[in-house]
Design a protein around this ligand. Structure first.
Ligand code: SAH
Length: 298
């Protein structure tokens, strides 16, 4: 699949897409990514890409003509793209489904804004769509474009070595993935669930399914409305719906109000987790245990 990225910071896009899974996919030719410097499509001596906003106000706006020329250049050199996407916090929110849909295209162009954004005529005249990677504002579209390239590349056959690992990833069947563990089996009171070291592959498979359903039920019940469950998973969900209280994931960053009640929430969560036998432990306690383990080994 071909990607073209138009940006004022080509190095930034090159760097984040040259390592790991995407880097290897590029080396193997599964992903053909060309990064274009917006300044190469200017006509003045200073290679000006931005200008002050009409009507006044702070900051600068990326000009329309360099984007028009850049996309023309891509069309001539690399062929007609299936989509020209403007990265924008105001666009459609990027999801797993959007990544799968995009992975079926042969060629996608991603346009990156900076500063106060881009001249509105870029959206109207060149873009076929707009994508946001979430409800927050970044300083530029480069990291957002890299996120899209990464998520889309993973959906292409052969990019991730083990196809099974992609098939069980979170969101693929509108479910979250189950918890995973590796050595050591014991960590200052935090043992790996026994079933995983039992060698009973049937039981391991069932445990993983149950944990994935539980986790989705507790953290993202919204996903379950359209999840594709098999009989075993449906049965597990029925049990949870009959007995369990829903519990949302602890906030990654608590606001002031929830910080005050954090110890109480943590106690509630840990009691609920014990009741269900699932280890959704508050992060603080896990990191304490880790420090403890380090000391005892020293
Ligand atoms: N003033 C604009 C934000 C400009 S941020 C607004 O409030 O809508 C500068 C650039 O960063 C944008 O043009 C866009 O290309 C990129 N960007 C910022 N947040 C983004 C997000 N959540 N998803 C995708 N691109 C984003």
């Amino acid at each position: 699949m071909k990607f073209d990225v138009v940006t004022v910071f080509p190095d930034l896009v090159e760097q984040v897409t040259s390592v790991g899974v995407v880097g290897r996919a590029r080396e193997r030719g599964l992903v053909d990514l060309a990064v274009h410097d917006l300044r190469d499509f200017t006509t003045d001596r200073h290679r000006t890409v931005d200008d002050a906003p009409y009507g006044g106000g702070p900051g600068m706006v990326l000009k329309v003509e360099p984007f028009l020329r850049a996309v023309d250049h891509v069309r001539q050199r690399r062929g007609e793209p299936g989509a020209v996407i403007l990265m924008s916090p105001q666009g459609e929110t990027f999801t797993h489904e959007a990544a799968v849909r995009m992975s079926r295209l042969d060629h996608v162009v991603l346009l990156c804004g900076r500063y106060q954004g881009v001249d509105e005529r870029v959206r109207v005249q060149v873009a076929t769509g707009e994508l946001s990677i979430g409800d927050y504002v970044l300083s530029g579209g480069e990291l957002a474009a890299a996120v899209v390239i990464d998520a889309v590349s993973r959906q292409m056959p052969g990019v991730v070595g083990n196809a099974e690992s992609v098939a069980t990833d979170s969101f693929v069947r509108r479910m979250l993935d189950c918890p995973t563990y590796t050595r050591p089996a014991q960590l200052a009171g935090h043992a790996v669930p026994e079933v995983l070291v039992s060698g009973d592959h049937g039981e391991i498979r069932r445990w993983r399914k149950r944990e994935a359903v539980k986790r989705t039920f507790r953290r993202r019940p919204d996903l379950l409305r359209r999840a594709r469950l098999d009989d075993e998973e449906r049965e597990c969900l029925r049990e949870l719906q009959a007995g369990g209280t829903r519990e949302s994931a602890p906030p990654a960053v608590a606001d002031d109000a929830s910080q005050e009640s954090a110890p109480r929430n943590a106690a509630k969560r840990s009691a609920a987790a014990q009741g269900h036998g699932a280890g959704d432990e508050p992060k603080r306690r896990v990191s304490e245990a880790f420090r403890g383990a380090g000391r005892s080994e020293a």
